[in-house]
Design a protein around this ligand. Structure first.
Ligand code: ADP
Ligand code: ASP
Ligand code: MG
Length: 458
């Protein structure tokens, strides 16, 4: 294996890619086939984080808690069995499971975001240990080592959606990680980090993509590979329609917009470090590593008017109305000040003189209702407030959409496609890369299929 870090590549493997021994072995082979992959960030094995969320968010009896822990243990055990139960590793996993059981039994789990993050971290902490062992077994040599990424990925203390401290992360990467990359393939965890007090933090659900991009930036990598369960980014979620087609190359801006508008294939923040560091990003399937995938880069040769349709579910629309504000000033400023006080960030917004309709980002690990109740009470002090849920956001992503100059008149055909649907909010004009509608959740997938058919399946 070469020790040059010239074309250093960071690879990330998602939950289904590390679901079991067989899946992990396929990923190990991808790494062994490419000498440039020296740093690997893994997700928790499929299903594990959802089980950990249960431990952190639901009020469980001791028996129920034990049953969830057993399900987690079974997933780790099946991989350990296929590895031949090496004693050292078995001990490490048992120790982690023991620590998890202890944290999960603490009284204040349901109210402490700090404990929730500690609980959520165990999936990646176990899968990275198991993956390094699988890698060494497949290579039949001691080529890989597991590494606690929390030594490098330093964050603030916003549990559930921690923000990385880039300077400190870079410093630790240079000091401890880069030297190690010259010796071994380093297997670390996606999703988790550490604040300046030594507490474990997480970057938000699906955050392993973001971690991998942050690691790639911190070690000055040349390329970042995101290995998942589909052969790249498609024109829409292939689970919604079998007419979805893979996209060969896409710009950072378009892909970032897709991720922001709900395309689960990438965590929304993934491309921020990639854009900053200029690292090229590849998205492919660990099930079919030779089937090609999507390259994401700054410049692309083809910038179509319409690139993809994205769907983001579970949106809440808040409409605030104050007739007293007719011809008065400061209405929006007052609404924004209240939202800011409650640390809610606005996602989409449309306004009229006396009312404003908006959706807000739903921070992970916190039920929306808890967050908005206090805010709504404050808003109600000076205006009437209507809250609607069971909505979904459908976004069409492309280029120069704001100008409507796609030359085909198809922007109007998008509106024709949805003319009989109930649209609760339309956003068009602020971004050159998207037009989006808030629709009833029950009809959202159908709308995506119709728009997709109109734009891409002709
Ligand atoms: P991983 O565990 O590897 O991170 P995810 O489940 O988070 O995988 O993301 C992959 C999934 O994203 C796919 O299985 C697919 O259903 C979904 N997805 C949503 N939108 C798209 C899209 N435009 N292209 C490809 N996949 C998409
Ligand atoms: N395991 C975490 C999750 O399921 C992070 C990730 O897989 O990206 O959200
Ligand atoms: Mg993911």
């Amino acid at each position: 294996m070469s020790n040059s870090l010239q074309s250093l590549t960071v690879a990330k493997f998602g939950g289904t890619s590390v679901a079991n021994f067989e899946a992990m072995s396929r990923c190990a082979q991808i790494i062994l086939d490419n000498n440039d992959i020296r740093l690997v960030a893994v997700s928790a094995s499929a299903g594990v984080t959802n089980l950990l969320v249960k431990l952190g968010n639901e009020s469980l009896s001791a028996n129920e808690r034990e049953s969830v822990l057993q399900q987690i243990r079974n997933i780790q055990n099946s991989i350990l069995n296929d590895l031949g139960r090496p004693q050292d590793l078995e001990q490490v996993i048992e120790q982690l499971l023991g620590q998890l059981a202890e944290v999960a039994a603490q009284d204040d789990v349901l109210t402490s975001t700090k404990l929730k993050d500690e609980i959520l971290s165990f999936g990646e902490r176990m899968s990275s240990q198991l993956f390094a062992a699988v890698m060494n077994k497949v290579a039949n040599a001691d080529v890989a080592t597991s590494f606690d990424g929390r030594q490098v990925l330093k964050t603030d203390s916003t549990f559930g959606k921690a923000e990385p401290n880039l300077a400190v992360t870079k410093q630790h990467a240079t000091d401890v990680l880069v030297p190690l990359l010259k010796e071994k393939v380093v297997i670390t965890q996606g999703f988790i980090g550490q604040d300046s007090f030594g507490n474990t933090t997480t970057l938000g659900r699906g955050g392993s993509d973001y971690s991998a991009a942050l690691f790639a930036e911190a070690v000055d990598a040349f390329a970042l590979q995101i290995w998942t369960d589909v052969t790249g980014i498609y024109t829409t979620d292939p689970r919604i329609t079998d007419k979805a087609r893979p996209i060969g190359e896409i710009s950072f801006n378009e892909a970032a917009e897709m991720a922001t508008f709900g395309a689960k294939i990438l965590h929304p923040a993934t491309l921020i470090p990639a854009i900053r560091s200029g690292v090229k990003v590849f998205v492919g399937s660990s099930l079919e590593p030779n089937a090609g995938g999507t390259w994401i880069s700054k410049e692309v040769s083809h910038k179509p008017a319409f690139r993809a349709v994205a769907l983001r579910k579970d949106q809440t629309l808040i409409t605030v109305t104050s007739p007293e504000m007719l011809h008065a000033t400061g209405f929006l400023a007052r609404v924004f000040a209240i939202l800011a006080k409650h640390k809610l960030s606005i996602d989409l917004i449309t306004t009229s003189e006396i009312s404003v309709a908006l959706t807000i980002d739903n921070p992970p690990n916190t039920p929306m209702a808890d967050l908005t109740d206090a805010c709504i009470r404050d808003l109600k002090d000076f205006c009437s407030v209507k809250v609607e849920s069971d909505l979904a956001l459908v976004a069409v992503i492309g280029n120069h959409i704001h100008s409507g100059q796609d030359g085909t008149g198809r922007i109007s055909s998008i509106f024709r496609t949805v003319e009989n649907d109930q649209l609760r909010l339309i956003c068009h004009g602020a971004s050159q890369h998207n037009v989006c509608f808030l629709v009833e959740q029950a009809s959202a997938e159908n709308i995506v299929r119709r728009i997709h058919d109109d734009l891409f399946a002709a």
